[in-house]
Design a protein around this ligand. Structure first.
Ligand SMILES: [Cu+2]
Length: 415
């Protein structure tokens, strides 16, 4: 509880201790967890909805904390973000275990102006995992106070959870809110019991983060579910429910009674958007504000086979001979992009032919064939003749972007 330093914080600690005592005495399955890295925008460790009893009452319906907000210092606002990330960077995130087990954690990056809009958090979620993932032991002192808070299940050492997130490249430079949601927690910390019983509510936390630099801004990103490290199952999580909502209010029991029957029974689940092998729709960079001016160019281009393996790098200062034979029977091309603004696509143009626009990275001249894993072969060439391919990165219109295309000369021959 070393996170709290102000007078309000001391009061909060008192309330929390009282809550823990009430919970211990009455057997109320009241829980708590919060984001510890990057630092939360709030001092609360139990942002949830619950009526009580007494100090366990909370009206923190998310998707970001509405109570005990930090007023100053690091992590208190967009101008003092808790962390700065690069596009494509893999970053460590940690959250308190506080004697609890099970459920899912959902991550989203949302514009600061939408931080209290649950629909936006849902739409912009980019990653799901198991909440009980990456368990680690705290060292003593400040480390324990910061990351393990009240955890005492494995006395005398406190434990907490962690995972690593790769920041999708769809976010233009700017200020965002990283959103943490926990749902499906397991009643009485019994992850081995079947069915898995509900009683915990939905939990929320948020952190102000900045995104600056890294790779080029890409148009789309498909959300992923990865359980995380050190989980019980490689592709599922032990949870009482698989989405936010059914356990909006704690305790998630009949009549909201502490000793009531569980409202939901779960097991080894995947998050609802991934149920039955589904994948959520891609997130689009067009949802985010963009920086106005900058440059975009083609970094490199390659001849690849139809599985996308790069066979040779193309040069702009000479005719590139593509020799077709046993090693490479058919081919396509790929380009990479540099720049500091959003790229909306890459156009491949041959004089007199229809140009092809790749709409998402990796930037290939041909699409993946329907129902296959291989790309279509490119056929706008005549053996022995030089053909020009002009590759142009496409910037969002209405901005002052200097675009630098490249043209490659290609001659296809048979070996
Ligand atoms: Cu708790």
């Amino acid at each position: 509880m070393g996170r709290r330093t102000s007078a309000t914080a001391v009061a909060a600690v008192t309330a929390l201790l009282a809550a823990a005592t009430v919970a211990a005495l009455s057997g109320v399955a009241t829980a708590h967890s919060s984001l510890t890295q990057p630092a939360s925008m709030s001092f609360t460790t139990d942002c949830r909805v619950s009526r009580g009893p007494g100090p366990t009452a909370r009206n923190c319906p998310g998707p970001c904390p509405n109570i005990m907000l930090k007023r100053h210092g690091v992590g208190s606002s967009s101008s003092q973000p808790a962390a700065t990330y690069r596009r494509g960077q893999t970053v460590r995130v940690r959250w308190a275990r506080n004697n609890h087990e099970g459920g899912f954690v959902r991550w989203a990056l949302v514009p600061v102006g939408s931080m209290m809009d649950a629909k936006v958090h849902e739409q912009m979620a980019f990653r799901w995992g198991c909440w009980s993932a990456g368990r680690f032991a705290c060292k003593g002192g400040a480390h324990r106070k910061r990351f393990c808070i009240d955890d005492a299940l494995d006395k005398p050492v406190g434990h907490a959870y962690q995972d690593w997130l790769t920041i999708p490249s769809i976010y233009p430079d700017g200020d965002y809110v990283l959103s943490f949601a926990w749902y499906g927690g397991v009643r009485n910390n019994k992850p081995k019991r079947r069915p898995v019983l509900s009683s915990l509510g939905d939990y929320y936390d948020c952190s102000y983060v900045r995104i600056a630099g890294g790779g080029v801004v890409e148009p789309a990103h498909t959300p992923t579910f990865r359980p995380g490290t050190r989980t019980r199952f490689p592709n599922r999580c032990v949870a009482s429910v698989n989405r936010l909502g059914p356990c909006r209010e704690e305790p998630c029991t009949v009549g909201r009674r502490a000793n009531g029957e569980s409202l939901h029974q779960g097991g080894e689940l995947v998050p609802a958007p991934f149920a039955g092998g589904k994948t959520p729709p891609p997130l689009r960079t067009s949802w985010f504000p963009t920086t106005g001016a900058g440059r975009l160019g083609i970094n490199a281009a390659y001849v690849t086979d139809l599985d996308g393996r790069r066979k040779r790098r193309l040069r702009t200062n000479r005719v590139n001979v593509v020799a077709l034979g046993r090693d490479l029977e058919r081919f396509t091309m790929e380009a990479t992009v540099w720049g500091d603004v959003r790229v909306d696509g890459v156009a491949f143009a041959v004089p007199g032919k229809t140009r092809h626009i790749a709409r998402a990275a990796p930037w290939f001249l041909t699409r993946v064939g329907a129902g296959t894993k291989a790309r279509r072969s490119w056929g706008y060439w005549t053996a022995g003749k030089v053909v020009k391919v002009k590759i142009t990165p496409l910037a969002i219109t209405g901005h002052d972007v200097r675009v630098v295309p490249k043209t490659y000369r290609i001659k296809v021959v048979y070996k």
